[in-house]
Design a protein around this ligand. Structure first.
Ligand code: GLU
Length: 311
C-alpha cells in the first residue's frame, strides 16, 4: 500500500509552495489508492510555535486536503509532532554511535574553514574535529557543548528520483561529515526525517527540488540504520514573479491574504494549472484533479508565478 505524507514546518503561515507540495503529495498517494499522513516538523520549537501548527492544520482542512493519520485524526504511528518524537531520534543516534563524533566548531570557524558553498547553501565540512584526540575532546567539551557529526565515506550515493531522474553525490567530497544534532541539543532534520518516514511506514516522499540534494545524506542514514527508503519525487520550486524563491514572508502569496480573496477550489485549480496537469486552470477540488494528474505532465524546471495570479 502506498503511504504518502505532508511534512510541513510550521514556522509561519503556509504559502503557495507548501500548498503545491501538499497537493502533489496528496494526488500522488491517492491516485494509487494510498493513504496520507500529516506530520508536523516542528523540531525547531522556538521558530515553530503551536499556534502556527494549528493554523496549518486549519488551512489544510480549508483546502480540502485530507489525511488519514496525523493531528486531529490520530493513528497508530503517533505522535505526529516531531517535537514529541525526540526519544526515537536519540535511539537512532545511539545506533550510529561508532560513526559519530563531537564537533566544537563555531559558526565563524565553519565558515572560514569550509570549502565554497554549494548551490543549495550547504558548506562542505572540512573535517576539522574529525580526528581530535580523546584528551582534546575532553578539554574542549569543558568550554563548549559540541554538535554531533556523522562521519561519511568517500563513496557515491545515487538515486533515481521518480520525477527528476538520476541524482548522485560523493558524500565526502560534496557534503562532508554532516550534523545529526546541533550544539544546543536540537536533532537535525536529516536524522529526524529518516527516522520518522521509516517509523511511519512512508513509501513515497513528495517535496520540493530544494531537498533533492539532501536525499543522498538521507539514503546513507537509511543504509546505516538498516531501514528501507521510500521512493522520492522532487517537484520544481515555485518562484516569485521576479524569480526569487518564495518564502513564508511573501505575504501576497500567503494564505493570510489569499483566503479572503479566493476560494480553495480556485487556488487548487490555478496551482494545478501552473504544475502542468490542469490546462484550463478552472476551480477544482483536489478529488477532481485526481484523474488528470500525472508526474509526466509536471515540469522539471522551476515555475515562475505570474504577476496577478487570480485576476
Ligand atoms: N519540513 C520540511 C519543509 O517544510 C519538508 C521535509 C521533507 O519533506 O522531507 O520544508
Amino acid at each position: 500500500m502506498t503511504v504518502g505524507r505532508f511534512a510541513p514546518s510550521p514556522s509561519g503561515r503556509i504559502h503557495l509552495g507548501n500548498i503545491l507540495c501538499c497537493l502533489l503529495a496528496w494526488l500522488s498517494a491517492r491516485q494509487k489508492g494510498g493513504k496520507v499522513i500529516l506530520r508536523i516538523e516542528d523540531l525547531d520549537t522556538a521558530r515553530c510555535p503551536l499556534r502556527y501548527a494549528e493554523q496549518m492544520v486549519e488551512d489544510l482542512r480549508w483546502l480540502g486536503l485530507d489525511w488519514d493519520e496525523g493531528p486531529e485524526t490520530g493513528g497508530p504511528n503517533g505522535p505526529y509532532f516531531q517535537s514529541q518524537r525526540t526519544a526515537l531520534y536519540q535511539d537512532a543516534l545511539e545506533k550510529l554511535e561508532a560513526l559519530i563524533y563531537p564537533c566544537f566548531c563555531t559558526r565563524a570557524e565553519l565558515h572560514a574553514a569550509s570549502a565554497p558553498h554549494r548551490e543549495d547553501g550547504l558548506t562542505v565540512y572540512a573535517g576539522t574535529c574529525r580526528n581530535l584526540s580523546p584528551a582534546e575532546r575532553e578539554k574542549r567539551a569543558k568550554r563548549r557543548s559540541p554538535a554531533l557529526r556523522l562521519r561519511v565515506p568517500d563513496k557515491e550515493i545515487s538515486l533515481i528520483d521518480g520525477h527528476m531522474g538520476g541524482y548522485a553525490e560523493r558524500l565526502e567530497r560534496d557534503c562532508g561529515d554532516f550534523l545529526l544534532r546541533r550544539s544546543d541539543g536540537m536533532f537535525a532534520y536529516q536524522l529526524a526525517v529518516v527516522v520518522d518516514d521509516a517509523a511511519m511506514g512512508v513509501t513515497e516522499v513528495v517535496r520540493g527540488a530544494d531537498l533533492l540534494s539532501s536525499t543522498p545524506r538521507q539514503l546513507y542514514l537509511y543504509q546505516l540504520l538498516d531501514l528501507t527508503p521510500p521512493e522520492f519525487f522532487h517537484f520544481p520550486l515555485l518562484l516569485a514573479p521576479d524569480g526569487r524563491r518564495l518564502s513564508k514572508r511573501d505575504a501576497d502569496v500567503g494564505l493570510d491574504s489569499l483566503r479572503g480573496r479566493v476560494t480553495a477550489e480556485a487556488l487548487l485549480g490555478r496551482l494545478a494549472q501552473l504544475a502542468g496537469f490542469h490546462p484550463s486552470g478552472d476551480p477544482s477540488t483536489a478529488a477532481e484533479l485526481l484523474e488528470a494528474f500525472s508526474w509526466e505532465k509536471v515540469p522539471q524546471e522551476d515555475i515562475r508565478l505570474p504577476e496577478n495570479l487570480f485576476e
